[in-house]
Design a protein around this ligand. Sequence first.
Ligand code: PEP
Length: 251
Amino acid sequence: MSRKKLVIGNWKMHHTGPETHHWWQRWQELDERPDPQQVDLGVAPPFTSLGPLIDLSRHHPLLVGAQNLHWESSGAFTGEVSAEMLAEAGCDFVIIGHSERRQLFGETDTRIARKLAAARRAGLLPVLCVGETADERSAGRTEVVIEEQLQHALDHFEIDDPGALVLAYEPIWAIGTGQTATPAQAQAAHRFLREILAAAADSQVGAGVRILYGGSVKPANAAELAAEDDIDGFLVGGASLDPAAFAAIAR
Ligand code: PEP
């Protein structure tokens, strides 16, 4: 099954409103932007820059998404933002279970499963992140860990359509470290995740869900990773802050 490539930039806690305008201006001025027929593009700015980026990209082929959400629609949850609020603001997707949220903010598999359900309820495309630590990889536990993360998430999330979910395999040791997984390491993990999806749903879902790789992706290593059969694009942190680098990765 052919899967259109997808490249998403995760700006993390970077880029104020004016910086978002500047990024967009530089993006518009690039000589060579990726061909929207070949690759879907998305950017997840901080909450406060969602409005500016949604306005700026209104007539352009750019998906805009959030980096987190709360699973309830509304309520006494100080500091939180719901899936419905994100959808109403114009978001297309939401990143769920990023390792920084798991490690720094105590995100559990149970919460992640609730967040997936909330995203579906509000019509947002969930981009679910899974990945192992360096210690887990050296102990030979990569598959056990990512299977557990995915199975937990799927406990309350039936996938009937390959377009209902995007997965991101993000080995934690590769995020923001400059140490990218080799194409063979990433391909093996992606193939394994695809098999779990096929077993959990059906072969069409297994073959059709887009699985992104994330972890120190740069223009210099994107092509060899993207050449692997089961790597359908990237979740890009640091390099997505630079429009030229982001465009080069996507091209
Ligand atoms: C990320 O934050 O999802 C990520 C992959 O970061 P980086 O590209 O900077 O490693």
